[in-house]
Design a protein around this ligand. Structure first.
Ligand code: NAD
Ligand code: ZN
Length: 360
């Protein structure tokens, strides 16, 4: 078993990674001082696959367990679903010390964390993330949220879990396209923080899609370490945490302009990373050869490199709608090398437009 410690000024917790965590889960819940009424939130896919098993583990640890399955998909990350969940946890008799468990991808993790942060002003939150994206991204860092009809993740909080259990065997039921979307973020960690890790992903991409447990546990653990390292220096996103936004400025614009239908998040971020690398080349920050190297790794990881049929002007104008654009200035994350980035809010418009032309 691999363990990654997330150390924050007011809170620390462990992320456990293995291909079977049953005993660890039982031990953790048995030894905790939680009230013995637990509630599991899953979605229609993850619930059907794993809810019974996790319920049994908690029962073995001495808990009375109830739960609720939301419909799979981003549309469930809403205030309406949150309202249903509040009613469910009240009816289940959860008190201030009762644990709530997120069993699912980022959608389940985000909304369950939001309920945990707000119900009775905060109850113990445990994550059992099931998608690769949730393993390496949404379950690390403590951002919880629901969407508003006017924008994604607008209603939320920072709320850290008590523990995260990453059971790699659950990835066997995850469709390959969802593996690829997680890889978008994993490649990002290599690019912003760790050149050797970037090469490791490049060398082992085929094994990832073959669900090789050793390779998966390596890349998940290293990704969690990198995200935890960045987040622990800047939990509330005032500075360094912004480097996690690499590829996301244009990625988010692509997602919005294609109505969140054509590309999923990791795919859009992949294209956004090509654009950010292109800008870095034009600003004379990196060697030309880094751009094709990034395109190549995306291809190996079954991620697109171009946004087909996207309109350049629409993407450009959309950049200014990003939540992270402050005072009309875009804070670009640019490459100095593979594994090293810096922030720059003075990229000329002409270079940004050239980069967009390149990726469409
Ligand atoms: P998701 O939760 O919708 O999961 C993707 C799909 O895979 C769903 O249909 C789900 O039911 C299915 N699934 C998940 N695990 C499975 C498994 N083991 N077997 C079979 N099917 C499985 O999407 P996601 O990509 O996991 O997460 C995206 C969400 O995460 C977005 O809402 C995004 O805003 C959020 N997010 C949050 C953070 C954060 O810091 N909190 C970071 C990144 C993303
Ligand atoms: Zn992302």
């Amino acid at each position: 078993m691999k363990t990654v410690q997330v150390k924050l000024p007011d809170n620390s917790y462990d992320i456990y990674i293995d291909n079977n965590l049953d005993d660890k889960i039982i031990e953790f819940f048995r030894q905790s001082n939680f009230s013995r009424t637990a509630f599991i939130v899953s979605d229609s896919n993850t619930g059907a696959l794993y809810q019974e098993k996790i319920t049994q583990l908690l029962q073995t640890a001495g808990y009375t367990v109830t739960g609720y399955m939301i419909s799979a998909g981003e549309a469930s990350k809403s205030m309406e679903t949150a309202q249903i969940l509040y009613t469910e946890v009240i009816n289940a008799g959860l008190d201030r010390k009762s644990p709530i468990i997120a069993l699912g991808g980022g959608v389940v993790g985000d909304i369950t964390g939001f309920i945990a942060a707000t119900y009775m002003r905060g109850i113990p939150f445990i994550q059992i993330p099931t998608s690769l994206l949730a393993h390496v991204d949404s379950s690390v860092g403590g951002k919880v949220a629901v969407n508003h009809p006017l924008g994604k993740n607008l209603i939320g909080a920072f709320y850290q879990p008590k523990a995260v259990f990453i059971d790699i065997s659950m990835l066997k039921t995850l469709p390959p396209r969802e593996i690829a979307t997680g890889l978008g973020e994993i490649i990002k960690y290599g690019l912003i923080y760790d050149k050797e890790f970037f090469s490791y992903i490049e060398d082992n991409s085929a094994k990832i899609f073959n669900y090789n447990e050793n390779v998966l546990s390596q890349i998940i653990a290293r990704s969690c370490e990198i995200k935890a390292a960045v987040v622990s220096t800047d939990e509330k996103e005032n500075g360094l945490r912004a480097i996690l936004n690499f590829g996301h400025t244009i990625g988010h614009a692509i997602e919005r302009e294609t109505n969140y239908i054509k590309y999923n998040h990791g795919e859009a971020v992949g294209i956004g990373m090509v654009a950010a690398a292109f800008i870095s080349v034009k600003m004379n920050l990196i060697e030309n050869s880094i751009l094709p190297a990034i395109e190549h790794i995306l291809q190996l990881c079954q991620l697109p490199q171009k946004c087909s049929n996207c309109a350049a002007d629409a993407i450009y104008n959309d950049l200014f709608h990003d939540k992270k654009t402050i005072g009309g200035k875009i804070n670009w994350v640019l490459l100095d090398d593979i594994g090293q980035v810096h922030l720059d809010n003075n990229v000329p418009e002409s270079i940004v437009r050239e980069a967009i032309d390149y990726i469409i």
